[in-house]
Design a protein. Structure first.
Ligand SMILES: N[C@@H](CCC(=O)N[C@@H](CS)C(=O)NCC(=O)O)C(=O)O
Length: 230
């Protein structure tokens, strides 16, 4: 029996991030699916912000809000401390950079990528309608390039963002950009070669392999083809 429960859906990049951290430390966990369109009351009690993921550590409390943490960043911080995972770099400055790049991925990148590209492609199809490709195209061509420029510079020719070793910054950025890769593809290799390679490496990383294959199973029926937004 696993001590850890993750509540969410694999198609959330924030859930993917938490699963990646657990997998990197080979921690077994139970996954409880939550439908974000219709969150049950018991779930809202442990997710006051009405968001996934939430994590329960049964060694703290098996029921109620007591043994739970909401928000992927809070969860990953907890797991890093609990498991001694070393995902915040080696110095105080590294830890600050990791936290900043995680925040950049989770807000600056996630907002347009999730709300103005991924959802406009996926959500209409869930009810038999056509994707809103105008919105997705505008985000892809007018919003994301500036964010990709910043991330390409932040990589600075390295394979990883901080201390040139895998950290939560890579996981956070990678979990967002794998979302793009699921429905559109990698960042353009000609414009952002470092970021394209980084996304490819993260897409193939064993820590998110199971999550991505669950996403592909689900998306395969709804968005079977990669969509050209250029
Ligand atoms: N800052 C939160 C963001 C989580 C988030 O936005 N999750 C989305 C799914 S990707 C969600 O739960 N959305 C609920 C909704 O749209 O009603 C975190 O890092 O966990």
């Amino acid at each position: 029996m696993s001590e850890i429960i993750v509540y969410g859906t694999p198609v959330s990049p924030f859930v993917r991030k938490v699963e990646a951290v657990l997998n990197l430390s080979s921690v077994p966990y139970e996954f409880v699916n939550i439908n974000i369109m219709d969150m049950p009351d018991w779930f809202l009690e442990i997710s006051p912000a009405k968001r996934i993921p939430v994590l329960r550590d049964k060694s703290i409390a098996e029921n109620g809000a007591g043994g739970t943490i909401a928000d992927s960043s809070a969860i990953c911080l907890y797991l890093d401390k609990k498991l001694n995972a070393g995902l915040y770099g080696e110095s105080a400055f590294d830890a600050g950079r990791v936290a900043w790049l995680e925040e950049y991925a989770d807000s600056e990148l996630a907002l347009p990528l999730g709300m103005k590209l991924f959802r406009p492609i996926l959500f209409p199809r869930l009810t038999g309608k056509e994707s809103d490709l105008d919105t997705a195209r505008q985000t892809y061509n007018e919003v994301l390039p500036k964010l990709f420029d910043y991330l390409e510079d932040a990589l600075n020719g390295n394979d990883f963002f901080v201390g040139n070793k895998l950290s939560l910054a890579d996981i956070a950025v990678g979990c967002q950009l794998t979302q793009l890769n699921l429905v559109v593809g990698l960042p353009d290799n000609n414009r952002w070669p470092g970021l394209a390679k980084h996304t490819e490496v993260m897409t193939n990383h064993p820590c998110i392999a199971d999550n991505l294959s669950a996403c592909q199973n689900f998306l395969g029926r709804i968005v079977p083809e990669k969509i050209d937004l250029s």
